[in-house]
Design a protein around this ligand. Structure first.
Ligand code: DGY
Length: 323
């Protein structure tokens, strides 16, 4: 059967998802993972009707300039700060993302980072693996900070923030949150969460999770001034986007003990990580893995493929516009 549409997949994907795509469209899929330059993206996208791309692929007006063929871009992520949506819209290119399927898995990971950072799991493991556990251990060594019963702060109470908040009940933690606007009362009840102003959130939270989308408005939402409001016993978790935190200011606060610890899955300018953060034992660092469970990554890939097919007119749905 001759296929009317051609799509490019910018990174290796689950074979079954590629096979599903290939039933409808001609597929050209990369077999190794790497960041593409703007020139490479321009060239790849020039010859296709649609593409599945990842967060490291930045699609802006310059990349799509003069492209008369491209109809749809499916982002393999819920966040889409790598897409210039106004430029895509102006060019008549449909942009889609992968909301909802990753909420619970990402919330699990936020808790994993909070617990690991508060209880010093990574540094203790490094110490043990280095062969340091020989004799007895001091009773007052490796002391962490408690998580249960403390007040959890959530900055950015969207769908993932709400999934994080619902887990707090099991830890006996009251939840404070800040969004630009309050959630409907029914959702606040469901999450047992109370809206407060941002400064109050920073002052009162025993531990703080960052879950807000990245934009010019949220750039450095947590910088030196905000860190100064936080408790020195607090743990900061960032599973959102690197640019939301001023990593240099965070590293200094961690080094000076103005913050107990941090659990970070995202970094300014990733894959580069601030040199001081890499040195600090009270920072738990991971390479943007929050949605990386086998089931969720499969669901994200499948949703991205279905979105792309729908946008090209091959599926029953209209596709997911970024939401
Ligand atoms: C997202 O979906 O935005 C995550 O950051 C990628 O795992």
């Amino acid at each position: 059967m001759s296929k009317s549409h051609k799509v490019w997949v910018s990174r290796p994907l689950f074979p079954e998802v590629l096979e599903h795509l290939a039933r409808y469209v001609e597929v050209q899929a990369e077999t190794s993972e790497r960041k593409h330059t703007a020139a490479e993206l321009r060239e790849k996208l020039a010859g296709v009707d649609g593409a599945i791309i990842g967060l490291s692929d930045r699609i802006d007006g310059a990349v799509i300039a003069g492209n008369r063929r491209l109809r749809a871009i499916a982002n393999l992520a819920v966040g889409y700060n790598n897409l210039d949506v106004p430029a895509l819209t102006a060019a008549g290119i449909f942009a889609t993302n992968t909301p909802d399927v990753l909420n619970e898995t990402t919330a699990d990971y936020a808790w994993a980072l909070l617990l690991a950072a508060a209880r010093r799991v990574s540094s203790a493991e490094r110490w043990l693996r280095a062969g340091n556990w020989r004799g007895g251990m001091r009773f007052d060594d490796w002391l962490g900070v408690d998580v249960h019963g403390r007040t959890l702060g959530i900055l950015g109470m969207g769908r993932i923030g709400q999934a994080i908040a619902r887990r707090a009940y099991g830890f006996g933690m009251p939840v404070l949150y800040h969004n630009r606007s309050r959630l409907p009362v029914a959702i606040e009840h469901d999450c047992r969460a109370t809206w407060v102003e941002k400064a109050e959130l920073l002052r009162r939270a025993d531990h703080l999770m960052l879950v807000l989308p990245y934009s010019a408005q949220s750039h450095h939402a947590i910088g030196a001034a905000e860190l100064a409001l936080m408790k020195p016993t607090a743990v900061l978790v960032n599973i959102a986007r690197g640019g939301i935190v001023d990593d240099a200011a965070l590293a200094v606060a961690l080094r000076e003990g103005r913050l107990a610890a941090a659990g970070l899955d995202v970094f300014e300018g990733e894959p580069a990580v601030h040199a001081l953060l890499r040195e600090l034992d009270n920072a738990v660092l991971s390479p943007h893995l929050a949605s990386a469970s086998a089931d969720t990554r499969r669901a994200m890939a499948q949703l991205a493929a279905d979105n792309l097919l729908a946008a090209l007119g091959h599926g029953p749905d209209a596709g997911h516009p970024p939401s």
